[in-house]
Design a protein around this ligand. Structure first.
Ligand SMILES: C[S@@+](CC[C@H](N)C(=O)[O-])C[C@H]1O[C@@H](n2cnc3c(N)ncnc32)[C@H](O)[C@@H]1O
Length: 416
């Protein structure tokens, strides 16, 4: 690799001529596929697989991150910013970058990062990369372990997604992104890999290993998985009801979501100012909530809702329990359905939000016969101490792939 001082060599973006030149130096080969840069995810480093690297740096979302959002691209953005500011990329800039953090982690765990074996080596490596990024057609200096700039990057498909994990070529991908290129030629290796996030989601007991999400998760490799429950519709109804009824809304009011799944409602209610907590049977719920929504895992009590509610010594201002009651109606709970709603009643200070499976849903047309909207409302009034039960209307989840199901009404059970 040529070593060009970054202050002289770094050009922030290639214009049309530059992109044309980049295309010319790219060596097209059979079996090579053009892949959009936003579909390329970070892979392993320095001989460690992506999973292993994610483990050693304790960052399970490493393989879920796009290369264009990763450390290589971050270093180039720093270089561009310093060039725009009319100054050189300093040693401090480089050492503060996630690129240096990644390289030093490789050195700690494998002994080297390309030729670098210490911080000085990382600085030199980073400067060479910045220089090369400004001149993609520059020849590679013999002895350097980088692949030539024109070679297709090597990728492997990520299971059940439109994404690919980069096996070789992170620097090239980041440089192309910085140059404004939108896709790269890539050689696609046989087989598929799964990311740690995909594994966690599939291990979650409720979805039985399916390629779908129950609540919204923002990660590129699950972007094509259907999200069973939109959730934003229910949250909007809840918030609008609390505000118009002058109920506890944020400002430190307490909130408990029973059967919180990944913790989407806990995290959103926390953002709205509630002291929010959840109860979830699957221990992966707390882990996923922490990873995906930044929730403190201690906010999710892991265990069976019935036992935890029975032993609760307090009330929460606002409680929700979504899509759990019908499992008890169908005899799958540790107590009767009536006992469950009574437990929910006993821990609710002001308002309980609840939805449940209903008879209009294709999969419950026989098993929940009679459970229409009026029945659910009357059932809640008859079996709890709430003063009013308000029907807030159906959810918007009656869509593919589960069209004919959902459209469950959300009820607010209120203590006046
Ligand atoms: C159908 S999902 C509903 C998720 C969420 N309430 C929603 O509507 O978006 C059911 C969730 O409840 C959890 N769950 C089922 N039975 C439970 C129980 N007895 N105690 C605690 N959680 C339970 C499951 O693990 C799963 O995450």
């Amino acid at each position: 690799m040529t070593s060009v001082h970054p202050s002289r060599a770094f050009r922030p973006r290639l214009g049309a001529a530059g992109r044309h030149r980049l295309a010319r130096v790219t060596k097209w080969r059979p079996g090579v596929k053009e892949i959009r840069l936003d579909r390329l995810l970070l892979g392993g480093q320095n001989g460690l697989t992506a999973q292993q690297f994610a483990g050693v740096v304790d960052d399970p979302l490493w393989p879920s991150r796009r290369v264009v959002d990763g450390p290589h691209a971050e270093l180039l953005r720093r270089a561009r910013r310093s060039q725009h500011a009319g100054r050189e990329l300093t040693t401090e800039d480089i050492l503060a970058s996630s690129y240096a953090e990644m390289a030093l982690a490789c050195i700690r765990h494998t002994g080297s990062y390309f030729e670098a074996v210490d911080a000085d080596g990382v600085l030199a490596q980073a400067r060479r990369f910045v220089a090369r990024a400004s001149d993609p057609s520059a020849p590679v200096v013999a002895g350097h372990q980088h692949s030539a700039p024109g070679l297709p990057v090597l990728v492997v498909p990520v299971e059940s997604s439109e994404c690919y994990q980069v096996l070789d070529g992170h620097h090239r991908v980041a440089a192309m992104a910085e140059a404004g290129v939108e896709s790269v030629p890539a050689r696609v290796r046989r087989g598929v890999v799964r990311t740690p996030l995909q594994e966690l989601l599939q291990e979650m007991s409720w979805l039985d290993g399916g390629h779908e999400l129950y609540q919204p998760i923002d990660a590129p490799e699950v972007a094509s998985w259907p999200t069973v429950r939109r959730c934003t519709d229910r949250l909007e109804s809840i918030w609008a009801f609390l505000v118009r009824s002058d109920m506890p809304a944020g400002s430190g009011a307490s909130y408990l979501d029973v059967a919180s799944c990944y913790g989407w409602f806990v995290s959103r209610m926390q953002e709205l100012g509630f002291e929010a907590e959840g109860i979830e049977r699957d221990p992966l719920g707390a882990r996923l909530g922490s990873l995906m929504y930044g929730l403190d895992p201690a906010r999710i009590r892991t265990g069976d809702a019935v036992q935890l509610l029975r032993s609760a010594q307090r009330r929460w201002d606002v409680v929700s329990c979504f899509s759990l009651l019908h499992h008890f109606v169908l005899g799958r709970g540790d107590c009767t359905d009536v006992e469950l709603v009574q437990l929910l009643d006993s821990v609710t200070g002001k308002v309980l939000f609840l939805d449940t499976g209903q008879e209009h849903e294709h999969w419950f047309r026989k098993s929940l016969r009679g459970w229409d909207t009026d029945h659910v409302r009357e059932y809640l009034l008859a079996n709890t101490t709430f003063d009013r039960v308000v029907d807030l209307g159906p959810d918007s989840d009656d869509v593919a792939p589960y069209a004919g199901n959902y459209g469950r009404h959300l009820f607010a059970c209120v203590r006046d």
